[in-house]
Design a protein around this ligand. Structure first.
Ligand code: AMP
Length: 395
């Protein structure tokens, strides 16, 4: 696996695919610069060696050229974070980009305009990728968030750098962290899978059954399992057509010696609302008109025992409707258990959309071993797929 360490960047131009798809407010100020900060170590390392840097990214989902999606909006923030002036090319290909790239001196940084202003980016157009490739000497991919897309800048471009291509520090860390869970894991390994639907997590569940000792299944998925096992789930969220699948998962887990842990009690509510009346009930006896919206105290105690004895923990998906404070307790508690186990020496990886949001919201980010930056990309890796952006560098 080639990384920055395999190259000497002195007097070289690195063209780096970064993920600067950051949220902007109505005045186009960056409201969360995490993704820019995440790319800084790679950029700093190259500049420190006397290289120069050409940054390319997408922002949003523009249809053709749309000023509101211009990367010019993030220029100031990027300069501030990198601590150097950042030049800008108002088109990612063509004369302006060529001239700006040619004039770039060691230690300088150039940001290219939104790649998705050209349809060729998402189409994975070879000629467009070649034009991008002509700007730099070494291709670095540091964008995990788009590594599952075979776009021009994430995948196709790599063919124009048969040897001069590598992973940036961020992407390398993502791959290494996932491998620590899926390949070189210390046992016991526990996966916590929450979220709303079995259907969106089924491939992940199937793939990781071979790699874990324990699987905690929580969130809305719980009720499909409980109903399939003959429990009464009231108005709880359920995918009736996935009940057979749920039973099949339980059967497979037994065959593979994986212990499955499902909530035994829940916080039931008489409405899908933060101000609903609530009661703690047995997960198999939820009254009609009530719905389970969070894990109950006995469940949390069980989960704590599993987490505390685990040496490797993967967490994807909340245990309840954490967006409402009344039903956030289970997710917060779980986050705290994982933090405690991590402090005791376990390796913990949090990834995939909502659990990352939860970890950030509850201030637990620094207490996890690694918090992934890629939602869809992370899920696809957990599903056992080879991501095109990663394969293109390994090729
Ligand atoms: P996902 O995108 O599949 O990871 O699901 C995340 C969503 O699942 C969050 O928005 C949670 O509010 C929701 N969720 C978690 N537990 C439940 C539940 N018991 N009932 C309904 N939705 C839930």
């Amino acid at each position: 696996m080639k990384t920055l360490n395999d190259f000497d960047f002195a007097n070289k131009k690195a063209i780096i695919r970064v993920d600067f798809n950051v949220p902007l407010d109505e005045n186009f100020n960056v409201t969360d610069a995490t993704r820019i900060e995440a790319a800084k170590p790679t950029i700093d390392a190259i500049l420190a060696q006397g290289g120069s840097v050409i940054l390319m990214s997408h922002l949003g989902r523009p249809k053709g050229v749309e000023a509101k999606y211009s990367l010019q909006h993030i220029l100031k923030t990027t300069s501030e974070i990198l601590g150097v002036p950042v030049q800008f090319a108002a088109n990612c290909i063509g004369d302006q980009a060529q001239t700006a790239a040619q004039n770039l001196k060691p230690g300088e940084v150039l940001l290219l305009e939104n790649l998705r202003f050209h349809d060729e980016e998402e189409a994975g157009d070879v000629a467009f990728a070649k034009e991008l490739a002509s700007l730099g000497d070494i291709y670095v991919n540091d964008a995990f968030g788009t590594a599952h897309r075979a776009h021009a800048s994430t995948t196709i471009i790599a063919q124009f750098f048969p040897n001069e291509k590598c992973f940036g520090l961020l992407l390398a860390k993502e791959i290494e962290s996932l491998n620590k869970v899926l390949k070189n894991s210390e046992k016991p390994v526990t996966a916590v899978l929450g979220g709303s639907k079995v259907s969106s997590k089924i491939t992940v569940i199937e793939n990781i059954l071979d790699k874990v000792d324990h699987m905690i299944i929580g969130g809305g998925m719980t009720f499909t399992f409980v109903k399939a096992l003959g429990g009464k789930i009231g108005n709880s969220i359920c995918e009736d057509d996935k009940q057979e699948l749920a039973l099949e998962i339980l059967r497979l887990a037994k065959e593979k010696g994986v212990q499955i842990h499902i909530p035994v009690d829940v916080i039931a509510a008489d409405d899908f609302s933060n101000t609903a009346n609530t009661q703690v009930v047995d997960v198999r006896e939820i009254p009609d008109g009530w719905q389970g919206l969070d894990a109950g105290p006995k469940s949390l105690e069980n989960f704590r025992n599993v987490i505390m004895e685990s040496k490797t923990i993967l967490w994807n998906g909340p245990l309840g409707v954490f967006e409402m404070p009344s039903f956030a307790n289970g997710t917060i508690a779980l986050g705290n258990f994982i933090a405690e186990s991590t402090a005791n020496g376990a390796f913990s990886l949090v990834g995939g959309g909502d659990s990352v949001a939860a970890v950030k919201q509850f201030g637990l980010e620094d207490k996890m071993s690694y918090v992934s930056t890629g939602g869809g990309a992370m899920l696809e890796m957990l599903e056992g797929r080879v991501l095109p952006g990663i394969a293109a560098i390994l090729d």
